[in-house]
Design a protein around this ligand. Structure first.
Ligand code: AMP
Ligand code: ZN
Length: 117
């Protein structure tokens, strides 16, 4: 497993060096509530290992990616998102990606609308 990046915000959250509000945890992933929620439920699921973004994902990440999706479903169950939810990976400047550590947004609790703004 690659070493955590001491300058990476989400590596530091995973390491417990910075505070977060835990939503769920698994062997290879950690999920916490977004500090600036865009929906009644807005949770970020991250791999414990540092991966920059979805464009950096390769076949070697298949296991942790599946674990992230399982975590998203568990969060949807625990948050009562029976009406559905949205999963988002932002990649690159045009998407608004601001933290260079892979994270899956789990959004729900209101109708999301499509396409997103
Ligand atoms: P993105 O724009 O896809 O890079 O998403 C980054 C997300 O991280 C944003 O929704 C931020 O609100 C969220 N965020 C930034 N810093 C923190 C933090 N310290 N704790 C929780 N969420 C954060
Ligand atoms: Zn990181």
């Amino acid at each position: 497993m690659p070493s955590p990046d001491p300058d990476c915000l989400f590596c530091r959250i995973v390491a417990g060096e910075l505070p977060s509000t835990e939503a769920a945890s698994s062997e290879r992933t950690y999920a916490f509530h977004d500090i600036n929620p865009g929906a009644p439920t807005h949770v970020l699921v991250v791999p414990r290992e540092h991966v920059t973004d979805a464009a950096a994902v390769g076949p070697e990440h298949a296991g942790v990616l599946a674990e992230m999706l399982v975590m998203a479903r568990k969060i949807a169950d625990s948050e009562g998102l029976e009406g559905g939810y949205r999963l988002v990976f932002n990649v690159g400047e045009d998407s608004g990606n601001s933290v260079p550590h892979l994270h899956l947004h789990v959004l729900g609790g209101r109708p999301m609308g499509w396409p997103p703004g």
